[in-house]
Each structure stands twice: as C-alpha cells, then as structure tokens.
Design a protein around this ligand. Structure first.
Ligand code: AMP
Ligand code: MN
Ligand code: MN
Ligand code: MN
Length: 280
C-alpha cells in the first residue's frame, strides 16, 4: 500500500517551537504533507487547536507528544502518536511533567546565577508563555541578555549534556513513557536514536531495551541522520519486528537545517507507523 506523505514529528509554541498549530498545518499543507502529527515536548496542549484547524484542511492530523524519559543515567525522547489526548491517566502523567519541568527550570536558573549569569527564570517563564518550559527558552533568554551570541552557543557552553544547566531530574522511565502512550491507545516511537550522544553499540542496547519494554516503532529518518545510520536502524527495526517512522523535528524557521515535511528519503521493507495509525 502506498502511504500518504507525512511529517510525524513537529513542535509548536506549546513547547519550544515558534509557530501555532494552525500555522504549522498551513505550511505542512503547502509543502505536500498529507498526514501531520504535532509532537510537543511533554504536552498535548496544542492538539485540540490542531484538530480545529484541520477541519478546513486537506491534511489529516494525528495526536502526538514527545515524552522526556529516563533511560539508565541518560535521557531519551519517546514519541506517542494517535492516542486519546483526553485520556485521564495521560493527563495526570503530563501534569506531573509540567511540575517537574517548572522545578527543573528553577534549578537551572539557580545554577546559572552561581556562574554570574543574571536570574533568567522570570524571562524564561515569560518566553515559554502557556507552553511547556524547556532549555531552549533558557537559550533564548541568554541570547537576549547578551550572555551568548546564539542559541547553539548557549547549549555548547551552559545547557547541553554534561554542562551546568543540564540539571538531573527524575524523569519518568522509558517503560513508564511507553506504557502511558499505549494505555491511551497510541503507538510508542523511539525518537531520533542517533541523537543522544551515544556510541552505536549503546544505540543498539537502547533499541533492544525499548523493544523489550513494549515500544512499537523507531524513527529512521530525521534531519542530520547519516544514510548509513538510517540503514542500520532499519535493520534493527526488522530484527525486533518494530515499525518505522520519520519526521522533520521542526521547531522554527530560523533553524535552517530543517523545514516542515523535510527529512531524508529512505526505502524500507518494514511497516510504517501510518499503516497502523490510518486503520481507524
Ligand atoms: P529540554 O526539553 O528542556 O530537555 O530541551 C531539549 C530541547 O533543546 C530539544 O528538544 C531541542 O529542541 C533543544 N536542543 C537540544 N540540544 C540543542 C543544541 N545543541 N542546540 C540547540 N537546541 C538544542
Ligand atoms: Mn525541542
Ligand atoms: Mn527530541
Ligand atoms: Mn522533537
């Protein structure tokens, strides 16, 4: 079956993206996307707005979220697609994450103050607005305050893995992330497996563990992935009989390395998540 062109990984102003769900949908339609999922970090706040906008659109939309989860000492992102966004257990789970992210933001601000950076918390809260608060808002506030020249520098110096602003918190586990997605009727997709600063040996272990814990699919195409890695991830999907997914991970126009609907082309014999998600 020929599947419609899709983008199943995208961020709006409800997390660390800049556009509204309706604006994203409009651009997705212009770019030939036929199925679109909004996958904001740890929130479904934009999903209803997306559904409302889709009423007048030729694009089919799916609920989604990108859940931050702990795995061992590290952190992974698990995308949920096609779940019931009004599910009450999912709602409680996400409320826990709102609280955790706000607490983490306070801790990040304190750590940065100790490095003689002004208290950025009030501005970060303002920048996040009604959206889920995250490190990219710190990066923006640091640029505004003249602490760094750009957001990449903010991550390299202060916010990235192992830096002072990479504050450790107890995220829900990978297993809890998978379970909450599945119990609300969705499929669980391991996001961008090669983007966690791990060796490929560790990536294999992560995928094995994701599969053992009930994960459904892995992303095999996204901006910045090498074609060799796409092939290897596709083979791992075959090995574990998991589905595959792909998306742009679009955040904002200023990030010139990606655009809505854009990700490297690939060929695969594995089932795409849409083959399941478009059944109902
Ligand atoms: P958080 O959700 O608060 O843990 O922040 C993670 C987000 O920060 C990711 O989803 C990216 O959007 C962004 N991010 C991570 N690393 C970088 C980087 N090196 N440069 C710019 N943005 C980044
Ligand atoms: Mn992000
Ligand atoms: Mn991610
Ligand atoms: Mn993302």
């Amino acid at each position: 079956m020929e599947l419609p062109y899709s983008d199943l990984h995208c961020h709006s102003c409800y997390s660390d993206g800049e556009l509204t769900p309706a604006e994203l949908l409009q651009i997705a339609a212009e770019r030939g996307v036929k199925v679109f999922a909004l996958t904001d970090h740890d929130t479904v706040a934009g999903v209803q707005e997306l559904r409302a906008a889709a009423v007048d659109s030729s694009v089919k939309v799916l609920s989604g979220a990108e859940l931050t989860c702990g795995w061992g000492r590290g952190m992974v992102h698990i995308i949920g697609l096609g779940f019931d966004e009004t599910d009450s257990l999912l709602g409680e789970y996400l409320q826990g994450l709102d609280k955790l992210r706000l607490e983490r933001a306070g801790l990040i601000a304190q750590k940065l103050v100790k490095r003689n950076i002004p208290d950025l918390l009030p501005r970060v809260i303002e920048l996040a607005g009604t959206g889920q608060i995250g490190r990219p808002h710190f990066a923006q506030a640091m640029v505004e305050a003249g602490v760094v020249n750009n957001e990449a520098q903010a991550f390299n110096r202060y916010l990235g893995a192992g830096k002072v602003g990479d504050v450790k918190v107890e995220w829900p586990t990978m297993e809890q992330g998978i379970n909450i997605i599945r119990q609300s009727g969705g499929v669980a997709v391991l996001a961008h497996p090669t983007k966690y600063n791990m060796t490929f040996t560790k990536v294999r272990i992560m995928i094995e563990s994701f599969n053992e814990q009930g994960g459904d699919a892995i992303e095999i195409s996204y901006p910045g992935i090498e074609s060799g890695h796409t092939l290897q991830l596709d083979k791992l999907a075959t090995k574990y009989e998991m589905m595959i997914s792909a998306g742009s991970d679009f955040h904002k126009k200023q990030f010139h390395w990606t655009a809505i609907g854009k990700y490297p082309g690939y060929s695969s014999n594995n089932a795409h998540v849409l083959s399941k998600l478009l059944q109902h």
